[in-house]
Write a protein that binds this ligand. Structure first.
Ligand code: FAD
Length: 449
C-alpha cells in the first residue's frame, strides 16, 4: 500500500504549502497530521495565548480539509515516536513537511528524516516559512549578517522569492488513521476563561489571514507611514497568522508586489522592510540558538540586573505602573493577546531600563501572553531593546514613556481605550529621570567589568 503523510507544524494552511503539494503528488491516500509535541526534550512549552490560537487554528484547518474531502489527524507525543507510529498505522511510503528553523526542532526533524530514509521511506522537506532560509543570505566572508540593513540589502539582491502555490481544490482520500479529539488537548483556558478579549480581537485560520491581508492592502497600507501611532489602524495585524503559518511570507510578498494603486505602492517598501525584520530575527536565531536565553553580546552577562520585588513586576504585568502608555500597552496585551509595536518598545524599555529587570523576564511574559509569540521575533526584539542583540538599540537609548505618549498618542485616543479617563490612577511607581540615570550607571559598570 502506498500513501503519504503531510506533517503540518507552523504552516497551518492549504494555500502555498509545498509539503501538502508534494503529499498530493505522491499518490495514494493522504494523512494530514499535526503533532502536539510537548515531550521532546528542549521544546519550549507554548504560552497560554498561543495555545488558545493553536486550538482555533487547528479547528479552522480541519474544516478546510474536510471541505476538500480530507481531515486533520491530531496526535500528541514526542514527534519521532508519533511519526514512526503513524507510518506503521498508515503504511505510508512518503512523509513531507515544511522546514522549521529552531535548533531543537531542526535536530528532531533531521533525526526523523534520517530514520525514514534508512527504511526506504521518502522524506522530503521544503522552504515555506521564510523567504530566505538562514544559510542563504551570507556576507562576503560566508558569515551571517549581524546588522539588519546590510542583510536586507543582500536579501533584496537575491533572486525574487518564488510565487505562491495555489490552494488545492480537492484532496486525496484520507487514510483510516485515527487521532485525538482536539478538546482533549485542553488548549483553551477554562477556569477562568480569560480568552474573551482574544475571541473579540481575532479570527485565527487561513481565511481570517487572507481577509486581513486584503483589508490591509485595500484600506490601511496607504497609511503605513503612520504605523507608529497606536490609535491608528495602520498596520496589518498579520503577525499571529504569520507565526502559525496561516499565511506565508511568499503570499504577502507577492501581494505587495502585485496590483497596487500608486498611493498603496508608495508604502509597500516600508511594509516589506518590516516583514524582513521577521526574516532577520529568524536568521539571528538560527545562528545564535540560545536567543531567548543568552545575551547575544556576551558582555551583557555581567549586567547588574535588579532582583525586582514581585509586587513591582505585578504592576508591570497588569498595567498599574502609573504611566499611561505602559499601562495601556500591558492591558492591551493581557486582554487581546497583542500590543502595538511602538508600545511594545516603550513597555519593554520601561522594564529593562527604568525597572532594571532582566529582559528574559519580560520575554517570558510576552511569550505567555502574546498570540504572535514567536521564538525568534520575541527574543530578537527583547534583545534589541535591551541592547544585548547584534543589531540592537544602543543601551543609552531609554524610551521615556511620557514623551512617547506625547509623540505618538497626543490625544490619548489609544490610552483611553485601555485606561478609562475616570479611573483612579496609581502614583507613578518610579522616577523616570532617576531610573534612567541608574540604568546608564549600570551600563557603565558593566562596560568597566
Ligand atoms: P506590521 O507592521 O503590519 O508588519 C508586518 C509583519 O512584519 C508583522 O506581522 C511581523 O511578522 C513583521 N514585523 C513587523 N515588525 C517587526 C519587528 N519589529 N520585528 C520582527 N518582525 C516584525 N513580533 C512577532 O511576530 N512575534 C513576537 O513575539 C514579537 N515580540 C516582540 C517583542 C518586543 C519587545 C517588540 C518590541 C516587538 C515584538 N514583535 C514581535 C515585533 C512587532 O511588534 C510585531 O511583529 C508587530 O507589532 C505585529 O503587528 P503587525 O502584524 O500589525 O505588523
Amino acid at each position: 500500500m502506498t500513501g503519504a503523510i503531510v506533517w503540518l507544524r507552523d504552516d497551518l494552511r492549504l494555500a502555498d504549502n509545498p509539503a501538502l503539494r508534494a503529499g498530493i503528488d505522491h499518490g495514494g491516500d493522504l494523512t494530514v497530521v499535526h503533532v502536539l509535541d510537548d515531550q521532546s526534550e528542549g521544546i519550549r512549552p507554548l504560552g497560554g495565548a498561543a495555545k488558545w490560537w493553536l486550538h482555533q487554528s487547528l479547528t479552522s484547518l480541519d474544516a478546510d480539509l474536510r471541505q476538500r474531502g480530507s481531515r486533520l489527524v491530531l496526535r500528541r507525543g514526542a514527534a519521532p515516536d508519533v511519526i514512526d507510529q503513524l507510518v506503521a498505522d498508515t503504511g505510508a511510503d512518503g512523509v513531507y513537511w515544511n522546514r522549521r528553523y529552531g535548533p531543537v526542532e531542526r535536530e528532531i526533524d533531521a533525526g526523523i528524516k534520517a530514520a525514514l530514509t534508512d527504511r526506504g521511506i521518502a522524506a522530503h522537506s521544503f522552504a515555506a516559512s521564510l523567504l530566505w532560509e538562514p544559510w542563504t543570505v551570507l556576507n562576503g566572508s560566508g558569515e551571517a549578517y549581524k546588522v539588519f540593513t546590510p542583510f536586507w540589502r543582500a536579501a533584496q539582491a537575491m533572486p525574487e522569492p518564488r510565487h505562491p502555490l495555489p490552494k488545492p481544490r480537492t484532496l486525496p482520500d484520507p487514510s483510516s488513521a485515527t487521532g485525538d479529539d482536539l478538546a482533549d488537548w485542553a488548549l483553551l483556558p477554562t477556569s477562568p476563561d480569560w480568552a474573551g478579549g482574544l475571541r473579540d480581537a481575532w479570527t485565527p485560520g487561513e481565511h481570517g489571514a487572507a481577509k486581513l491581508l486584503e483589508d490591509f492592502v485595500e484600506h490601511a497600507l496607504e497609511d503605513y507611514d503612520q504605523r507608529d501611532e497606536p490609535a491608528m489602524a495602520a498596520t496589518s495585524d498579520l503577525s499571529p497568522h504569520l507565526r502559525w503559518g496561516e499565511i506565508s511570507p511568499y503570499q504577502v510578498w507577492h501581494r505587495l508586489h502585485g496590483k497596487l494603486e500608486p498611493h498603496q505602492r508608495q508604502q509597500a517598501p516600508a511594509f516589506l522592510r518590516q516583514l524582513a525584520w521577521r526574516e532577520f530575527n529568524w536568521h539571528e536565531y538560527f545562528h545564535c540558538e540560545q536567543l531567548a536565553m543568552v545575551n547575544v553580546r556576551r558582555e551583557f552577562d555581567a549586567f547588574p540586573w535588579r532582583d525586582a520585588p514581585e509586587d513591582e513586576l505585578q504592576r508591570w504585568y497588569h498595567g498599574t505602573t502609573g504611566f499611561d502608555l505602559v499601562d495601556a500597552g500591558m492591558r492591551e496585551l493581557w486582554s487581546s493577546g497583542a500590543m502595538h509595536n511602538r508600545v511594545r518598545l516603550a513597555t519593554a524599555s520601561f522594564l529593562v531600563k527604568n525597572m532594571l529587570v532582566d529582559w528574559r523576564i519580560g520575554e517570558q511574559w510576552f511569550w505567555d501572553t502574546l498570540v504572535d509569540a514567536d521564538p525568534a521575533n520575541n527574543a530578537g526584539n527583547w534583545q534589541w531593546v535591551a541592547g544585548s542583540g547584534f543589531d540592537a538599540a544602543p543601551y543609552f537609548r531609554v524610551f521615556n514613556p511620557d514623551r512617547q505618549l506625547e509623540r505618538f498618542d497626543k490625544h490619548r485616543e489609544y490610552v483611553r481605550r485601555w485606561v478609562p479617563a475616570d479611573e483612579e490612577r496609581p502614583e507613578p511607581m518610579l522616577d523616570l529621570r532617576e531610573t534612567r540615570q541608574r540604568a546608564l550607571d549600570a551600563y557603565d559598570r558593566m562596560r568597566r567589568a
